[in-house]
Design a protein around this ligand. Structure first.
Ligand SMILES: Nc1ncnc2c1ncn2[C@@H]1O[C@H](COP(=O)(O)OP(=O)(O)O)[C@@H](O)[C@H]1O
Ligand SMILES: CC(=O)OP(=O)(O)O
Ligand SMILES: [Mg+2]
Length: 422
């Protein structure tokens, strides 16, 4: 039971196309076979589901039949210079072509449903939702809150609705898992009427990952009431505090910019710095947006947003890389302490995402000096990337739990379909 979340994917499988993106454009980087292993509870019965996870510059897809992975892959570098994939529409069409090439085309009568990741659901969508014209309009209204993400999600929905108007399609929102966050944690301390009118509040993101990983961590603890901190460290990064399966706080806010240091995003910043950059720095709002979302984080600190090469540079004594990693890990440690306090105690700290699953040095540094809180990392277990990397008998289990957003989206899609059918 305890290691059913075992490492079914290696670092290469997960992120092999990500190192610089240049040499893997348009190729499968996730095409290995499912090996979903035992221990997972499937809900909603068998059915063939296509999952589309459209990110700001990539589309991940997976075709699942019950527990079996029939096809999967990633189209990357969408819209980047020199990429053969100009936009999300073209990426989706290439996904459809690839599936057709494998005899698994979207026209297949065996396809039961399509599940779409949608990043921002605002306050309107707090559960997986069958897609209708009104739902599409609702997602479009939220574009100003997630300008990098929601348009990509909409492009996917439009392409597949055009190709298969007959098929149930479900939107699974990144924000939904965070709908349980209490007002004390979701409210920004600004004028209440203004905030309510414009929807300025904490929504939180990466919800399908936090839901999946916190569920696995709760199982690992062997206690349904376990308090869990999930550290989702990918290109985007966020932390969540989960108590008895319910999310009570998360580090991303109104947009996916707040919180942890990320590949290219700053995370937490004095809001007055934005005013200063505009007034004194002479930057336009679009320039500041671009600075904070695309040219900050690890990239801004050391010129590189690939954590593998950054940690290699640290080993080689590079000072910029060293500062960047120390800022990254300091922010993580601060959130771990904050969420320990929010939860009152912690049973499991779960690392996930490309960095969390693969980088032993980041895991070790992020939790350094927390022994007094019962938090420690065993060097040998950590280097091996065991499921549990804390020492035997530690009060807090530190775990490495590979996330699986596509599986979680399929699960939620099927549960909605069977609910609506019944
Ligand atoms: N072995 C590794 N050591 C350190 N970082 C790694 C390793 N493998 C992958 N990563 C990092 O994971 C990040 C991508 O994470 P991932 O979760 O795949 O991204 P996304 O948010 O796009 O889904 C990159 O910064 C990459 O460098
Ligand atoms: C919401 C978000 O930040 O997603 P990603 O990490 O995929 O960019
Ligand atoms: Mg991700």
């Amino acid at each position: 039971m305890s290691d059913h979340a075992g490492r079914e994917r290696t670092g290469e499988d997960r992120t092999g196309g990500n190192r610089d993106g240049r040499d893997r454009t348009g190729r499968d980087r996730d095409g290995h076979d499912g090996g979903d292993g035992g221990g997972r509870e499937r809900e909603g019965g068998p059915g063939r589901v296509l999952v589309l996870n459209s990110g700001s510059s990539s589309v991940k897809y997976r075709l699942l039949e019950g527990t079996e992975r029939l096809a999967s892959g990633t189209v990357e570098r969408i819209g980047e210079d020199g990429s053969p994939v100009p936009d999300h529409r073209a990426a989706l069409e290439s996904v459809a072509d690839r599936l057709a090439g494998e005899g698994l085309g979207l026209d297949s009568p065996e396809l039961t449903a399509i599940g779409h990741r949608v990043v921002h659901g605002g306050t309107a969508f707090t559960e997986p939702t069958p897609i209708t014209d009104e739902v599409v309009a609702g997602i479009r209204e939220l574009v100003p809150l997630a300008p990098l993400h929601n348009p990509a999600n909409l492009a996917g929905i439009e392409v597949t609705r055009r190709l298969r108007p007959d098929l149930p399609q479900v939107a699974v929102f990144d924000t939904a898992f965070h709908a349980t966050i209490p007002p004390a944690a979701s409210t920004y301390a600004i004028d209440r009427e203004l905030a309510a009118r414009l929807g300025v509040r904490r929504y939180g993101f990466h919800g399908t990952s936090h839901a999946y990983v916190s569920r696995e961590a709760t199982r690992l603890a062997g206690d349904p009431d376990a308090r869990v901190i999930v550290l989702h460290l990918g290109n985007g990064a966020s932390a969540s505090a989960v108590s008895a399966g319910r999310c009570v706080d998360t580090s991303m806010g109104m947009t996916p910019l707040e919180g942890l240091v990320m590949g290219t995003r700053s995370g937490d910043l004095d809001p007055a710095a934005v005013l200063y950059l505009a007034r004194t720095g002479g930057m336009s709002l679009d320039e500041i947006d671009e600075l904070l979302n695309r040219r900050s984080g690890m990239l801004g600190l050391c010129g590189d947003n690939d954590m593998r090469s950054v940690t290699e540079r640290v080993e080689a004594g590079d000072e910029d890389a060293e500062l960047a990693v120390s800022v990254y890990c300091h922010r993580l440690r601060k959130y771990v302490g904050a969420y320990y306090a929010v939860l009152g105690t912690v049973d499991v700290i779960a690392f996930t995402g490309g960095v969390g699953e693969n980088s032993a040095p980041i895991r070790a540094r992020a939790l350094e000096g927390l022994e007094a809180l019962g938090i420690a990392v065993d060097p040998a277990r950590n280097a091996r990337g065991d499921t549990v990397v804390s020492p035997e008998g530690s009060r807090v289990k530190v775990a490495v739990i590979p996330t699986d957003e596509e599986y979680e989206i399929a699960r939620q899609t099927l549960s909605v379909i069977s609910h609506h059918a019944g």
